[in-house]
Design a protein around this ligand. Structure first.
Ligand code: PLP
Length: 410
């Protein structure tokens, strides 16, 4: 039944849907459910003492300024710290290339606001980050999926898709959410070459790049892109890079950043003024106090160690309990792995039984912009302690086995 309000909402509001993950997290909030559903960091690694001390220092030394309004592109020392970050060696980035946002999720929304006209086609990995689909749907985006394998987006399909015309390419190069796979070096180069040939910008969303616990670091696409160009004082290439403090410090502070050509940053600033004026001054100053001077560098080493252990436990337990015809990715970092079930199973059907067994995951179909992936699921390995991972995977394997039996497999 249509209500009074239904007639008043804008057309764009009709396109807004709650993310399946938000809905699923409601089940997971129950404390006896072992949840592999959310993208939550391990709470055990939050630097609570450092935040406590930094809050006191900021309030004592910088109280009024930290509680005052700031400008949209504040806080300069934080932007300087980001500009100096080692992942950008070999690229000239100044603070004019950087905007602090209230989470990368806000950056995705602001990018939608400044770039997407209704009907614009956006090339996305298939599957891709559900938060981007959600943000850009509201601006009327159409999604052009590109298949993936364990080395990320299959760039052989790129030219064909680009020739048909797209507004931009959205790529998650490291330990992708949801699959955990990483874009190979050769494919990064191919992506840059193709984007350049067709004059299409790349949005590189990289929340997990610093959480590599195995294998060699691969260069940031924006850095590779800058190497193909004449070096200027300030990056002015084809890539818009996003990253966040959510996975290295804490998601609750809602702090992230964009590195982009100044022309793009200036438009994002205008869009952000309309959204929230600026990101919390207090959070920016406190985060800077915590992170600078080498703390963050040391802290991510601890996070990597904890997540590697949890990934190993999850993979060992999957190997022990899952039937033979179930496979999973082997991420070299990040927070997620991706399970592929036999084609006859539907992860959505499994979900209800899994919740009865008190274990939760995200059915993979949520991550496909244009449908598909019925027999896939995303598991988060960062949030639960090893004993819970063991128990949760044993419960999940039982549900999978029951469904296989129901479908005539013994
Ligand atoms: C690929 C990707 N982009 C963006 C975000 C949003 O991050 P933030 O907490 O900075 O808003 C996430 C969060 O999980 C993510 O996985």
């Amino acid at each position: 039944m249509q209500t009074f309000w239904d007639y008043r909402f804008a057309q764009r509001t009709q396109r807004m849907k709650s993310s399946a993950i938000r809905e699923l997290l409601k089940f997971a909030e129950n404390s006896d459910v072992i949840s592999f559903a959310g993208g939550m960091p391990a709470p055990e690694v939050f630097p609570i003492k450092e935040f406590q001390e930094a809050c006191l220092r900021v309030l004592s030394n910088n109280g009024p300024a930290s509680l005052q309004y700031g400008s949209t592109d504040d806080y300069v020392p934080l932007r300087e710290m980001i500009a100096r970050h080692p992942v950008r060696y070999g690229i000239n980035v100044t603070i004019d290339n950087i905007l602090i946002t209230s989470g990368s999720q806000q950056a995705l929304d602001l990018l939608g606001k400044i770039f997407i006209n209704r009907g614009d086609r956006i090339l996305v990995e298939s599957p891709t980050y559900v938060g981007a689909i959600q943000a850009w749907n509201a601006y009327g985006a159409e999604f052009v999926p590109i298949p993936m394998d364990e080395n990320g987006m299959i760039t052989d399909f790129l030219e064909d898709r680009l020739r048909a015309g797209v507004k931009f390419i959205y790529v998650l190069p490291n330990f992708q959410n949801p699959t955990g796979s990483t874009l190979s070096y050769e494919r990064r180069l191919k992506l840059i070459e193709m984007a350049d040939k067709y004059g299409v910008p790349i949005i590189e969303d990289d929340p997990y790049g610093q959480l590599r616990f195995e294998g060699e670091n691969l260069p940031v696409i924006e850095v590779l892109d800058s190497q193909t160009r004449l070096q200027k004082d300030c990056y002015s290439g084809n890539v818009i890079y996003l990253s966040t403090f959510s996975k290295t410090l804490a998601p609750g502070i809602r702090l992230a950043w964009v590195v982009a050509p100044p022309e793009v940053i200036n438009k994002l600033i205008l869009a952000k003024q309309g959204a929230d004026l600026h990101t919390s001054t207090f959070n920016q100053i406190v985060a800077y106090e915590v992170a600078h001077g080498g703390f963050l560098y040391e802290h991510v080493k601890i996070i990597r160690k904890v997540y590697k252990e949890r990934r190993d436990v999850m993979i060992d337990t999957l190997q022990e309990h899952m039937p033979e015809n179930v496979s999973w990715t082997h991420p070299q970092g990040g927070l997620f792995l991706w399970i592929t079930l036999p084609d006859c199973l539907d992860a959505q059907d499994l979900f209800d039984d899994a919740v009865k067994e008190k274990v939760a995951f995200v059915p993979g179909s949520s991550f496909f912009a244009e449908g598909g992936g019925h027999n896939t699921m995303r598991l988060n390995f960062s949030n639960a302690v090893p004993e819970k991972i063991n128990e949760g995977i044993a419960r999940l394997s039982k549900v999978v086995k029951n469904h296989l039996v129901k479908n005539g497999h013994s």
